[in-house]
Design a protein around this ligand. Structure first.
Ligand SMILES: [Zn+2]
Length: 457
C-alpha cells in the first residue's frame, strides 16, 4: 500500500523512484533525566521534603522527522510536570544554532507527571532554601543541555522510514470538575459520569525500512496524578511508555499530554493503579498498531506563533500590598514577588506570550500544540471544527505557564478557572476572550498551511 502510494507520487512528480530518496526519514533518541541526587519534587504545593528514591526513571525523548524535501521537525517529550518559558527559549535557541531547526520545527511536550522534579521557575509555589534552590537551578541547566543533545543524537540516527496514524480509546480519565472523586466508582459502573472528556488515544507509528517499529508517539488527555508520594515516577504515562518499549524491543515510545487540565485518573493514589492505567493506555496503543493504520503522505509543514493572551484587570499596587499581608502564604508570596518586580521598574504585563503551534503530517494529520494546562473543552471544540480523528490536540507544550480555561470554565471559576493562577505566580485570572483568541490562532495556522504553494495543500 505504502509502496504503491510512493510509486504513484513519484510518477506524478516525474522523479525517479527510490524508497530512500522519496520517503520519510526519522531518527529517535532518549536520555535519562531522573535527578541524580535528592531534590524537591513538583506537582503538589503541599510537598514538605525532597524525593526519597526512584520508582521508575524519568526520560526525555526526541523524534526527528524529515520529509523528502528535507524539511525537518523535532518532537521532544519529557516525563516532567512542566517547563518554564525561559528553558523553552534557551533550548530552542541552542537547537537552532547547532542543528538549524527554526522555532516552528521544534515541539517540546511534557507528560505532567506530579512525581518529577521542580523544573527551574515552573510552578513557583515552593518555599525553597538556598541549597534547594541551587539544586533546582543545577537540574534545569543540566536538563537544557540534555534536551539539546538528545535532538542532536536523533538527527544522527536519521534513516528511511514510513509513518502511519490511527486512533484508539482509553476510558480512565474523568472530568474532575463535574464528579466527586469518591462517587466516581459507582457513577462509572452505572455509566453516569458527568462532564466533557476526551478519551481518544492518537497514535503515530514510525517503522524502519524493514517495517520494524522504531518509534511510536501517543497522547492522552488526563492529569498524571495517580501518585503523590516521594519517589521519582513518570506516573501512568511513564508506565505506558515503559510497557510499550518492553513489548516491542528497539522501540522508543513518546507520550504527550492532551487537554487534560480538568481531567483526573480516578480512582488513584495507589502505585498499582498507575501501573494499571499505564497498561490500559499501552494496550490501546497496541490495538491501533495491530489494526489497519493510515499511511502518511511524505510532506511536513510546521508553524508557531505566540499570541498576546490578555489577563483580566491587573491588580493595583494597593491591592498587591493588601495581598502581601494575606494569611494565605501562596497569595502573599506571589504579591511580594510581583511588588519586587514593579519596584525594579518592570510593570506588570497585561498579556502573556502564549505559544500555539501546528504541525501537519501529510494531507490529513494535524497536530495542534498548545501551551499550559488546557481544559478538555479546547480538544472537543477543535476536533469538531477541524475533523475528529485526524486532529490531535496536545497541551502542556512549549511553555506551561498556567491553566488555560475555556470561556465556560473561566465563567464557572474554581481551580482551573482561576484559582490556580496564584501557584503559577501570574497576577490575576485570564480575560474572557482567551478561548476565542487561541482557537482563532489555531485556525489561522491551519489555513496558512493550506495557502497556495504550500506542499500540504
Ligand atoms: Zn495540573
Amino acid at each position: 500500500m505504502k509502496l504503491l502510494l510512493s510509486v504513484a507520487l513519484s510518477a506524478i512528480l516525474g522523479s525517479p523512484f527510490t524508497a530512500a530518496a522519496d520517503g520519510w526519514k526519522a531518527g529517535v533518541a532518549k536520555v535519562k533525566i531522573t535527578p541524580e541526587r535528592p531534590m524537591w519534587m513538583s506537582g503538589y504545593a503541599a510537598r514538605t521534603r525532597p524525593a526519597e528514591g526512584t520508582m521508575i526513571d524519568l526520560w526525555a525523548k526526541a523524534l526527528v522527522l524529515e520529509d523528502p524535501a528535507g524539511r525537518r521537525a523535532a518532537l521532544v517529550t519529557m516525563d516532567l510536570v512542566g517547563i518554564p518559558r525561559d528553558l523553552s527559549v534557551a533550548v530552542c535557541g541552542a537547537i537552532e544554532t547547532k542543528y538549524g531547526l527554526s522555532r516552528p520545527q521544534i515541539m517540546l511536550a511534557v507528560s505532567h507527571t506530579h512525581c518529577g522534579p521542580v523544573v527551574g521557575r515552573n510552578l513557583p509555589m515552593y518555599f525553597l532554601d538556598d541549597a534547594e534552590r541551587q539544586r533546582v537551578d543545577a537540574y534545569a541547566a543540566a536538563l537544557e543541555q540534555k534536551l539539546v543533545a538528545v535532538v542532536g543524537e536523533a538527527i544522527e540516527h536519521i534513516a528511511p522510514c514510513s509513518l502511519a496514524w490511527g486512533n484508539g480509546q482509553a476510558t480512565f480519565a474523568v472530568n474532575r470538575r463535574n464528579n466527586k472523586e469518591a462517587d466516581v466508582p459507582g457513577l462509572r459502573e452505572r455509566g453516569l459520569l458527568a462532564g466533557p472528556v476526551d478519551h481518544d488515544v492518537p497514535v503515530l507509528s514510525v517503522r524502519d525500512g524493514q517495517r520494524r517499529l522504531m518509534a511510536v508517539v501517543f497522547g492522552y488527555a488526563c492529569h498524571a496524578t495517580v501518585l503523590d508520594f516521594y519517589q521519582w515516577s513518570g506516573d501512568y504515562p511513564g508506565f505506558a511508555q515503559a510497557a510499550l518499549e518492553e513489548s516491542h524491543p528497539g522501540l522508543t515510545a513518546l507520550f504527550w499530554a492532551g487537554c487534560g487540565g480538568d481531567q483526573n485518573p480516578v480512582p488513584r493514589r495507589e502505585p498499582a493503579l498507575a501501573q494499571q492505567y499505564g497498561q490500559k493506555l499501552a494496550q490501546a496503543v497496541d490495538r491501533v498498531l495491530a489494526g489497519v493504520m493510515h499511511p502518511i503522505e511524505e510532506n511536513l509543514t510546521a508553524s508557531y506563533h505566540e499570541i498576546e493572551l490578555p489577563f483580566a484587570a491587573l491588580p493595583t499596587r494597593e491591592e498587591l500590598q493588601q495581598q502581601a499581608a494575606s494569611g494565605n502564604k501562596y497569595e502573599a508570596a506571589r504579591a511580594r514577588q510581583l511588588l519586587s518586580q514593579v519596584d525594579a521598574g518592570k510593570p506588570l504585563s497585561p498579556t502573556y506570550p502564549y505559544p500555539v503551534q501546528v504541525w501537519r503530517l501529510g494531507r490529513e494529520v494535524r497536530l495542534v500544540a498548545l501551551g499550559g494546562e488546557v481544559v478538555v473543552d479546547y480538544a472537543v471544540r477543535l476536533k469538531a471544527d477541524l475533523g475528529r480523528g485526524r486532529t490531535w490536540v496536545a497541551a502542556y507544550t512549549n511553555d506551561v505557564m498556567a491553566y488555560i480555561p475555556s470561556r465556560r470554565v473561566l465563567a464557572e471559576g474554581g481551580y482551573e478557572g482561576g484559582g490556580a493562577m496564584v501557584y503559577y505566580g501570574l497576577p490575576t485570572i485570564w480575560a474572557p476572550d482567551v478561548e476565542e483568541l487561541i482557537v482563532k490562532q489555531v485556525h489561522e495556522q491551519i489555513n496558512d498551511a493550506r495557502a497556495p504553494g504550500s506542499p500540504t495543500r
